[in-house]
Design a protein around this ligand. Structure first.
Ligand code: ADP
Length: 613
């Protein structure tokens, strides 16, 4: 029963009810005693006093009846005497049966004997009156009866006084009893009140003590501070709650430790991976303060992690171009950007600087990872290749030029007349020479593009301006072939971030192809529109079209659609150059085409400043 809070509270209430019951019983007992004392006072003594008074009355009337007997009427006197004697005796019996006080009995006996003597003296009086006459009777009355009467009255008075005294005593004792009862009740009530107060206070504190410690522990409980356990002394509901709380915090702590452990393990793993990356790597916050760098970075830039941590990027790596590139990622809100940058240390190094944003849970950028990919060797190889192609091209171009000049002179018959067979052979040779020259030129251009991608001159350009430049260049050529060439671009379109010359080159290549693969009466239109924060530029013709199986191949090197007759045979490099330039602009290029209906080449360009003009 005392194991539960309910049982404990019930037992305290039971104790309080018992105390109230005891106090009530003591009060009732005392009041009962008091009422009994008052009752005694009211009934016994009062009854005696009443009987004595009646006896006195009867005695006085008897005395009068004696005088009536002597002086007035003998029979009436006797009758009155007898009648009052009966009354006297009746009240005497009442008093005799109501003896309550000490010595009262003696008084009653004395009264009895006195009264007997008194009644006898009346018989004596009757005899004296009858035998000796009235005078003698009066003399007897005065000498014998009156003293008896007085004596008897005195006895009755004394008895009455005794009862009166007893009454006063009873009254005093009742008052004393009342006071006594009052003190007892007061004491019992005080003890009950103090005891009840102490009991309820003690038990409330005792019952609520674990609740207080539980509340304190709950208040203090927070991640990292879950080791505070509540001491469980009781088996009651609060004890059960405290035990459950302890279990809960223990489980939370275990979970926290395991989560923390996992997190730490994961962090260490990531750190080890980052540290062991062979390319220099720096992690920055959004204020460009260094949060982490790896060993390769320390080594290459000759810095110590401890001395540059929390410092600005430029304090550790003083390279404005790299910093501009990093900040351009934050400013443009791009997730990833790379750029080949020359970094001077003891020697010249080329790094492909990769900048990737770190995003928090709410997709906000919280930092940046900068990786310096060493492409110096590639750069060198690239240079060797470019130099090689340039040398070869150059070496080829000079003899080729003299060959073309020679064949042209022979074909013009400056060196004598040619027969038809000779002319035909020489014409074929001349065409191949021109084609070879074109191929060499395009190879040279492509090689330059591939190696010089980092040196594009990006600036805000108007697509309409580019289209206008290209259309002007090819207008006559198109007109000669009876092809309508025009552009349809809104002047108010936003500007693009592009290298004007390179994009003009792209449009030129696409127009060249379109003129090549269209017939008289067809048309070529250059259009542009903005969608998804990008510029979509299209060169659309109503020419021969491209078979579907070629659509994803024509942007590869030397791919040409078989079976197409064209006045000038191409090199298969024009669209490769287009793709190269567009990808350098972070754009895409593709073609939609239907045979005998026409082709539509589309490429995308980034808008200048995101979406600003
Ligand atoms: P080429 O020098 O042969 O034109 P390109 O790389 O420019 O090389 O084009 C590759 C091939 O794609 C062309 O040979 C041609 O078959 C096809 N082509 C390109 N543009 C068009 C076009 N507008 N219409 C039809 N076919 C085209």
């Amino acid at each position: 029963m005392f194991n539960t809070l309910k049982g404990k509270i019930s037992s305290v209430y039971l104790c309080l009810v018992l105390v109230i019951a005891i106090v009530g019983a003591v009060s009732v007992l005392n009041l009962y005693e008091l009422s009994r004392a008052i009752n005694g006072l009211m009934t016994d003594n009062y009854k005696s006093i009443g009987a004595i008074n009646n006896m006195v009355d009867a005695l006085e009337r008897q005395d009068s009846s004696m005088l009536i007997y002597i002086n007035v009427d003998r029979q009436k006197g006797i009758d009155l005497f007898t009648q009052n004697s009966n009354t006297f005796l009746n009240w005497y019996i009442v008093e005799h049966n109501n003896i309550t006080e000490p010595h009262e009995n003696e008084y009653v006996e004395k009264i009895n004997s006195c009264y007997n003597a008194y009644t006898k003296s009346f018989s004596q009086l009757q005899e004296i009156l009858n035998s000796q006459g009235t005078d003698k009777a009066i003399e007897y009355y005065n000498s014998q009866i009156v003293p008896n009467f007085t004596n008897l009255k005195q006895e009755l008075k004394d008895l009455s006084l005794l009862n009166e005294k007893a009454m006063f005593q009873d009254k005093n004792s009742a008052t004393g009893n009342a006071e006594h009862s009052m003190y007892i009740i007061l004491a019992a009530s005080s003890i009950a009140v103090i005891g009840g107060f102490l009991l309820s206070r003690f038990s409330t504190n005792r019952f609520l003590e674990p609740m207080y410690s539980l509340t304190e522990a709950v208040k203090l409980a927070k991640p990292g501070n879950l080791d505070k356990q509540v001491s469980v002394d009781s088996q009651d509901e609060v004890g059960v709650l405290a035990a459950e709380y302890n279990n809960l915090t223990r489980r939370l702590q275990q979970y926290e430790q395991s989560t923390l452990g996992n997190l730490m393990a994961e962090k260490n793993k990531s750190l080890t991976i980052v540290k062991s990356i062979s390319d220099p790597l720096v992690v920055l916050d959004t204020n460009y303060k260094i949060m982490l760098l790896n060993n390769a970075c320390e080594e290459f830039f000759n810095i110590q992690e401890q001395s540059v941590i929390n410092k600005h990027f430029l304090e550790a790596i003083r390279n404005g171009e790299v910093f501009d590139h990093i900040s351009s990622v934050l400013n443009s809100r791009e997730d990833y950007k790379e750029k080949i940058i020359r970094v001077r240390s003891n020697d010249d190094f080329y790094f492909n600087v990769l900048v990737t944003t770190i995003k928090g849970v709410d997709a906000n950028v919280t930092g940046l990872i900068v990786i310096f990919q060493d492409v110096t060797q590639l750069k060198k190889l690239e240079k060797i290749r470019a130099d090689f192609i340039a040398t070869i091209s150059h070496e080829f171009k000079t003899p080729l030029a003299s060959i073309i000049m020679g064949t042209s002179m022979i074909l013009e018959e400056n060196m004598g007349a040619l027969n038809e067979e000779q002319r035909s052979v020489l014409t074929t040779i001349n065409e191949d020479e021109i084609r070879l020259t074109n191929l060499l030129n395009e190879l040279l251009q492509l090689s330059k593009l591939e190696s010089d991608r980092a040196f594009f001159n990006f600036q805000p350009c108007s697509v309409a301006g580019i289209a206008e430049t290209s259309v002007k260049q090819f207008y006559e050529q198109a007109q000669k072939k009876d092809i309508a060439l025009y552009y349809d671009i809104d002047d108010n379109l936003p500007k693009v971030e592009a290298d004007f010359e390179k994009i003009t080159w792209v449009v030129n290549n696409l127009i060249t192809n379109a003129i090549k693969y269209t017939n008289a009466g067809d048309e070529i239109v250059i259009g542009a529109r903005v969608k998804d924060n990008k510029m979509f530029v299209s060169v659309k013709d109503t020419g021969v079209g491209i078979p579907p199986e070629y659509l994803d191949k024509i942007f590869d090197k030397f791919v040409q659609v078989k079976g197409f007759d064209s006045e000038v045979r191409g090199t298969g490099l024009g669209l490769v150059i287009v793709k190269e330039i567009i990808e350098a602009h972070k754009g895409q290029v593709w073609c939609e085409s239907t045979l005998d209906v026409g082709s539509n080449f589309t490429f995308t360009l980034p808008l200048w400043g995101g979406n600003m003009q």
